[in-house]
Design a binder for this molecule. Structure first.
Ligand SMILES: [Zn+2]
Length: 273
């Protein structure tokens, strides 16, 4: 079905719930939709089932973004992190997201290696306890992060995915660019993370790869603020679009610029041009 694009949450031009947001996105001709649980998971089983029906009838990919409060490298807050992820998985039982996207955690003053070890141990424990609750058929999507204080470089995500079969890497292109102070410019720069995933995890991990895209302002420590397409902060969507067209990738791209549906439609135009 090729690469599909959609908004990060309820479109700006839609005044309503996630059900309305999903219907609105379909009407606009978009092929993906991300439910934003970033400030907490709120969705009844009834609404989740309704969304599943709409999703399946219209062949649109639906993912969710887990709360920002998750930190898999904070033992003191384990129960909170678990609660947020389990809340997403509870909704997933009714809706079946392609990915439950989350930011793995913060360094908390530790070396990256130690923080990564802790993150992996936490994810494994949360998955085990989820299975004990009967949650099944879920895919967790640890995301590439934009700030140097966070865990989640492409290499770190690959290690997480090797250790946890329930995980699939989520590539936030804006974050990659912000983290590397504008390191994502040429076609080669875009190929690099994809090749790394293919070499280290295998081709199937690129199938249906979940992505976020936004231009993002950055400083010394990485990510500062999301901007519209064409802001000059980069990365340049056209470079990624060329690559996707050439190689026929079937990615899902969630637009996280301040104009979520307008820019999603602009990206779709670039991709189909
Ligand atoms: Zn995110």
């Amino acid at each position: 079905m090729g690469t599909v694009i959609g908004p990060a949450g309820i479109p700006i031009g839609c005044d309503g719930s996630n059900v309305d947001g999903l219907k609105h996105s379909i009407k606009l001709g978009l092929g993906a939709y991300e439910v934003e649980f970033v400030r907490g998971v709120r969705m009844s089983p009834r609404m989740a089932r309704e969304m599943r029906g709409i999703k399946e009838r219209n062949n649109i990919k639906v993912s969710c973004h887990a709360p920002y409060y998750i930190n898999c490298n904070n033992a003191k807050n384990y129960s909170m992190t678990k609660r947020h992820l389990h809340d997403c998985l509870r909704v997933n039982q009714h809706l079946r997201f392609t990915h439950v996207v989350f930011h793995p955690g913060f360094l908390m003053g530790m070396k990256r290696e130690q923080a990564l070890k802790n993150v992996i141990a936490t994810i494994k424990r949360i998955v085990k306890e989820a299975r004990e609750k009967g949650y099944n058929n879920f895919t967790l999507g640890p995301e590439t992060v934009g700030k140097h204080s966070q865990v989640g470089t492409v290499e770190e995500l690959i290690t997480i995915c090797k250790e946890c079969p329930e995980c699939r890497p989520v590539i936030d292109w804006g974050h990659l660019n912000a983290f590397s102070h504008g390191g994502l410019k040429t076609r080669k720069d875009f190929i690099k993370p994809l090749e790394l995933i293919r070499e280290e995890l295998g081709k199937k991990y690129l199938k249906g790869l979940h992505c976020h895209f936004s231009e993002i302002e950055y400083g010394d420590k990485g990510e500062i603020k999301h901007h519209l397409l064409g802001s000059k902060w980069g990365p340049d969507f056209r470079v990624l679009a060329e690559l996707i067209k050439e190689r026929g990738y079937d990615f899902s791209i969630i637009c996280e610029t301040p104009l979520i549906e307008e820019d999603a439609l602009r990206m779709k135009k670039v991709l189909t041009a």
